[in-house]
Ligand binder design. Structure first.
Ligand code: MN
Length: 312
């Protein structure tokens, strides 16, 4: 199926008009795609739910969307992802998780994201956020089921259960070799090897890696970790960041999870970059941001990431 950039509006149209059956089918296709992704998929090396990417080509990195269709549309249009992927360019579209909840267009956002995965399976990487958590650790308020019922009527519950199945197949983390580690919330403070990230979902809840990956936040001026006001995950200090970066032989941590007025912020002397890609209520940020990254660029110092930010 050939797709041109002009078809972005078609895609939005399809999302508006989708039936519950079509949505269910699309979700099932993506569950199967994700479940069978292992070892080598295109340029990607897959271990458990960790993706390793060689530092070549370009990557568009998208933070929390939370049902904000306008911001998602802006990013797709502005980055020309569909056009470039169709043209065979070496480009990845990586989502840091939190697709739904707290936004009216949560079903439509899911539809577009999943459709892109179906169309470009080797170029779209879907990570897990705390709003796609495991059964015992789901974010609250969780209004996705409400929006699915609004859109699909009584079939909304069936669609919701299918999406819950999808959550369990999303990725815990993405490692861009020698450059960056990407995950939704924060550094798993007890991790001692890459496999602790790759298999965090299998070790949950015996070990806290997955909880911290999905829920934690960086904090200044502390050593180790402290209890988080979120009630899950931890606040982690620069020493925890340093340990993770050293363990994975990368220079910076890229994550979403926290709204920031400018759409992005840095912590721990630039070694943690937060990207938040949705705008407006119920959050207080006037700007959203995403990253357009040339992966081949060697990282001399973590702050150079700021040049790759696209704010809107
Ligand atoms: Mn989050």
């Amino acid at each position: 199926m050939a797709f041109s950039v002009k078809d972005l509006s078609n895609l939005i149209d399809m999302a508006a008009k989708t039936s519950s059956n079509e949505f269910l089918q699309l979700t099932q296709i993506c569950i199967q795609l994700l479940a069978k992704e292992s070892r080598q998929v295109g340029n990607l090396r897959i271990t458990g739910r960790l993706v390793e990417v060689p530092p070549v080509g370009e990557a568009i990195i998208v933070g929390d969307i939370h049902g904000d269709l306008e911001s998602l549309t802006h990013i797709l249009e502005n980055s020309s992802f569909i056009e470039k992927a169709n043209g065979g360019e070496d480009i990845l579209l990586i989502f840091l998780g939190d697709y739904g909840d707290r936004g009216f267009y949560s079903p439509e956002v899911y539809y577009i994201v999943l459709k892109l995965k179906e169309l470009f399976p080797q170029r779209v990487v879907l990570m897990r956020g705390n709003h796609e958590g495991p059964d015992d650790l789901l974010a609250s308020p969780h209004d996705l089921p409400f929006h699915l019922n609004r859109k699909f009527g009584e079939k909304g519950s069936e669609v919701y259960l299918k999406l819950r199945e999808l959550f369990n197949n999303l990725y815990n983390a993405v490692l861009i070799d020698e450059r960056y580690i990407l995950l939704h919330g924060g550094a798993p403070s007890q991790a001692s090897k890459a496999d602790d990230l790759a298999y965090a979902h299998e070790k949950h809840p015996r070990e806290r890696h997955l909880e911290e990956i999905l829920w934690s936040d960086p904090w200044e001026g502390i050593k180790g970790t402290y209890a988080s006001p979120r009630g899950a995950g931890r606040l982690f200090g620069e020493d925890v960041t340093d340990r993770l970066l050293k363990m994975l032989a990368v220079k910076a941590l890229i994550r979403g999870h926290e709204p920031s007025e400018e759409g992005f912020k840095t912590n721990h002397n630039g070694k943690v970059l937060t990207i938040f890609s949705r705008r407006g209520p119920p959050y207080h940020n006037d700007y959203g941001a995403y990253l357009y990254l040339d992966m081949s660029l060697k990282v001399e110092e973590p702050n150079q990431l700021l040049q790759s930010i696209r704010r809107f």
